[in-house]
Write a protein that binds this ligand. Sequence first.
Ligand code: GBH
Length: 447
Amino acid sequence: PQPAPTSLGLQFPDGFIWGAATSAYQIEGATAIDGRGPSVWDTFSRKPGKVRNGETGDVAADHYHRWADDLDLIRDLGLRSYRFSISWPRVIPGGRGPVNKKGLDFYRRLVDGLRERGVTPMVTLYHWDTPHELQVDGGWENRDTAYRFADYAAVLAEALGDAVPNWLTLNEPKTIVQNGYLYGSHAPGHRNPAAAYVVAHHQLLGHGLAVQAMRPHLSASTRIGPALNLHPCYPADETNEARARTILHDGYENRLYLDPILKGAYPQDVLDDVATFSPMQEHIKDGDLDVIGSPVELLAVQYYCPLYVTADGQTVQKHRTSEAFWQQIYPEGMYDILTRIKKDYGDIALTITENGLPTPDTLGDDGTVRDDGRIAFLRDHFSAAHRAITDGVNLESYHVWSLMDNFEWEQGFDQRWGLVYVDYADQRRVPKASAHWYSQVIRDNGL
Ligand code: GBH
């Protein structure tokens, strides 16, 4: 039978996979249960003034206890892929040393539970929750953390490798560099440009070491890749100065991570600029770039917004922003970043692992949540992705951020990014209008 006609007339390719994403600290709660050790986000969120309203992930969406119901919800919405992250300190509480079997068992239940429901798991090894004990020794400033990350990656590949076809190493190493070490707004809360780019290198090294450590435990068809938040950068005006600053800005936002992983070399313009304020290069040892450039089969792209760069290297706003002050809404940026990856990095398989919008959602008296803004946002970004596919981009799946409302880092619980509303008073889940709309998109494989 013909698929039902859809309003925009956009049909996605057969086999295109629709899903949603979450991360461990943002949804799990249960931070002191079953042997989990503390992470940097436990210690950071407890410090006064770091998170809005002093909130923490101690309970979050209580997913650790409600996982089975949440997996039923994922199935009932028709999602075919679920991207979640594993809490490093749940599996290796001290960051190095003994494995916590209860922690591993939780993720085994999750992975098996997804497969029983016909949903493919996509696992992120690390979504910012560094074990506190490693941070005491310098965290990603310390080269040793990269090796400990590889040990952890091998443990997971061995334990879950048979059941997980796609693995993502680091989530957004750039965000740790920028928010964790430049602005201080994320854990570990430093403002130290010199350290920030040492942290960039050690994270990238950790990525490469993890890829190498996992391989022996995985089948030949299992794929590994990084999850990078990419920002298309445009000059704010037509001056030569703005154009030049935009190229460098693109280097810091995109090429600093893409080039070493996919081309085995750092971009020279960024290295030269970093050298004016950071000892990063002293930390790049012989052979590191071969490790970082270890072959990967998948690039996970997270797209939220573009950046407009002025002649003096500042960024300015050109479009309406969302509830998140940093997010200008520009769906064409999705097309631009996807086509640019193909042009500059070739035909590596791409997945969108995050794209979404926060909206001021409330539970209505009739028990529904009307989030029309999210529907419009997703419709426009799905359309841009469709156009990229039509133009030959190898995009195979799309994960909306997020499956459900959760702990939005320094913004706490006020910003709601979910397809599913979470009532934090009783942990009730209510699929929003966007969730119902998305289910229809999935059924139609189009919109
Ligand atoms: C993603 O990051 C995260 O992976 C996810 O955990 C998060 O919930 C989701 O976005 C929604 O925010 O201080 O000006 O840099 C997206 C990248 C990096 C964008 C941090 C906002 C903070 C603003 N984010 N950045 S700024």
